[in-house]
Design a protein around this ligand. Structure first.
Ligand code: FES
Ligand SMILES: [Fe+2]
Length: 428
C-alpha cells in the first residue's frame, strides 16, 4: 500500500491533481513549485508566441520577448523563418540585447564586450590572446537558439522542445479566429509596430490574466461604469446573464468568447457607412468573395470575439496580448495594438482610439481587471478555503461542428478548457 504521504509526494511532481473539470486548487496560483514546473513543462515545451512578422521586415530587424522567463531575441531570418536566439551571453550569461525592438547587425554584450552577429554566431572573444585555441573554439560559443520556429498568418511561435506537435496541430481550431482577425484587413495582413505597445504589470499569478481575457462573467461588474456609460445599454447586453453571446472550449486549451450573436448584425449594418468603409468592403469582396467578406465583416476582427491561445496569447479587439510570467505572484503583459494593412487612415485611427479608451493606462477597462487580480492574489492567502469552483454552465453545453464545447457567454467553458490542457501538460 502506498501511504498518503508517498501518494501526495508522487502527485506533487505531477500537479494535475490540483485541477478537476469542476475546480482549481489555490496552490495553482500560489505555490512556487507549481510555477517552476509550469516554466519547464508548459513554457519549456509548447509553442509560445514570440513576435509578429510585420516587426521583422528587413534583414537586421529584431524584437525581444520571453519564452516563459527565458529572454529571447527574434531576428529576421533572411529567406528562412525568423531566428529565436536566447538572449544570454555565452560568457557569463548577461543578456546581450536590452532594446524591445530595433535594427542591428550585431549584439555586443556590455559586460566583457563579446560581440555576436545577428545570426547568433560569436565574432571573437575580446582580448583574444588570453584564449588558447586548444580550449576555445569560437563556433562553440554561438548564442543558443530555439530548436523550432514556425509561423501562422504572420504570428511567429517558438518551441524549446526538439520535437512535439506541429504549430498547425497546436493551434487547431484557434486558426479559424486568427484567420478572421487578419482577414478584416483589405490585404489580409495586420501590422504591429507603428502603433506602439502598452506594457503593464500586476502583483498576481499569470493565469489570472489568461482566465480573465476569456471571462464573460465579469465585465458587467468590473467594467460596468465603462459599458453603461452613455451607450444606451447595448454594451451591457454583451455579457449579461441573458445575453445571446457564446463562450467556447475550442480544444487544446484554446478558448473563445463569441460576441457575434450580439454584434454581428450591427457590424453588418454599419461597416460600409464608416469613412473608407465602402472601398474597404469592395477590397474584401475582391480578395475573399462575397460570402467570406460578409462573415469577416460580421465578425469585424477581434471586435467579434476574444480568443485565448494556450498558454499565453490572446487576440482581443484590435490587440495581440502576450502574458509574461515573472514570479508566482508577479506578471507582466504586453498589448500590441494592430493596424490593418492597406486600410484607410481613419479606419486605423478609429481602431487605436477604441483600444486606448478601454486598454490605455487611463483607459476605462484594463485597470479594473488589474485591481481584481490583486484582490484575488491577496484572497488566495487564505488557506482554509482551498478550491476555486468552475461550475458555471457545466451542464449547458452544446457540441460544435469542430468538437468545440459551446455554452453561454458568461459560462466557464473557457476556463475549464485552459485548465484541462494545463493539467495535461503538467502531468506529462
Ligand atoms: S558576460 Fe558577456 S562578455 Fe562576459
Ligand atoms: Fe475585464
Amino acid at each position: 500500500m502506498v501511504g498518503h504521504d508517498e501518494l501526495h509526494a508522487a502527485h506533487a511532481h505531477r500537479f494535475d491533481h490540483l485541477v478537476t473539470d469542476r475546480a482549481v486548487h489555490r496552490e495553482v496560483y500560489v505555490d512556487p513549485a507549481v510555477f517552476d514546473a509550469e516554466l519547464k513543462r508548459i513554457f519549456g515545451r509548447v509553442w509560445v508566441y514570440v513576435a509578429h512578422e510585420s516587426q521583422l521586415r528587413q534583414p537586421g530587424d529584431f524584437v525581444t520577448s520571453w519564452i516563459g522567463r527565458q529572454p529571447v531575441i527574434v531576428t529576421h531570418g533572411g529567406q528562412q523563418q525568423p531566428r529565436v536566439l536566447m538572449n544570454r551571453c555565452t560568457h557569463r550569461a548577461a543578456t546581450v540585447c536590452q532594446e524591445r525592438s530595433g535594427h542591428a547587425t550585431h549584439f555586443r554584450c556590455a559586460y566583457h564586450g563579446w560581440n555576436f552577429r545577428n545570426d547568433g554566431t560569436l565574432v571573437s572573444p575580446t582580448f583574444g590572446s588570453g584564449y588558447d585555441l586548444e580550449d576555445f573554439r569560437v563556433e562553440d560559443f554561438s548564442l543558443g537558439q530555439a530548436p523550432r520556429v514556425d509561423s501562422y498568418r504572420g504570428f511567429v511561435f517558438a518551441s524549446l522542445a526538439q520535437s512535439g506537435p506541429t504549430l498547425a496541430e497546436h493551434l487547431g481550431n484557434a486558426r479559424t479566429y486568427i484567420d478572421l482577425f487578419c482577414d478584416l484587413s483589405p490585404t489580409g495582413e495586420i501590422e504591429v509596430g507603428e502603433a506602439g505597445t502598452n506594457r503593464y504589470g500586476y502583483p498576481g499569478n499569470w493565469k489570472l490574466q489568461a482566465e480573465n481575457g476569456v471571462d464573460g462573467y465579469h465585465p458587467n461588474f468590473v467594467h460596468q461604469a465603462f459599458l453603461d456609460n452613455g451607450r444606451g445599454g447595448l454594451a451591457m447586453q454583451l455579457f449579461h446573464g441573458e445575453s445571446v453571446g457564446r463562450a467556447a472550449d475550442l480544444g487544446r486549451g484554446h478558448a473563445l468568447l463569441d460576441s457575434r450573436p450580439t454584434l454581428g448584425e450591427i457590424h453588418e449594418r454599419s461597416f460600409r457607412s464608416t469613412p473608407g468603409g465602402q472601398a474597404h468592403y469592395e477590397q474584401l469582396v475582391d480578395r475573399l468573395g462575397a460570402e467570406r467578406a460578409a462573415e469577416v465583416i460580421r465578425t469585424n476582427g477581434g471586435q467579434g470575439f476574444n480568443l485565448l491561445v494556450f498558454p499565453n496569447l490572446q487576440l482581443i479587439q484590435i490587440q495581440i496580448r502576450v502574458i509574461h510570467p515573472r514570479r508566482v505572484d508577479l506578471t507582466e503583459v504586453d498589448l500590441y495594438p494592430t493596424l490593418l494593412a492597406g486600410a484607410a487612415e481613419q479606419t486605423n485611427a478609429a481602431r487605436l482610439r477604441s483600444h486606448e479608451g478601454f486598454y490605455g493606462p487611463a483607459g476605462g477597462g484594463a485597470p479594473g481587471d488589474l485591481e481584481m487580480f490583486r484582490r484575488v492574489q491577496e484572497g488566495l492567502a487564505v488557506e482554509s478555503v482551498e478550491w476555486l469552483p468552475l461550475l458555471r454552465g457545466l451542464r449547458r453545453t452544446e457540441l460544435g461542428p469542430n468538437g468545440e464545447l459551446i455554452g453561454h457567454v458568461t459560462d466557464e467553458h473557457p476556463q475549464r478548457a485552459f485548465y484541462r490542457r494545463w493539467a495535461e501538460e503538467m502531468a506529462a
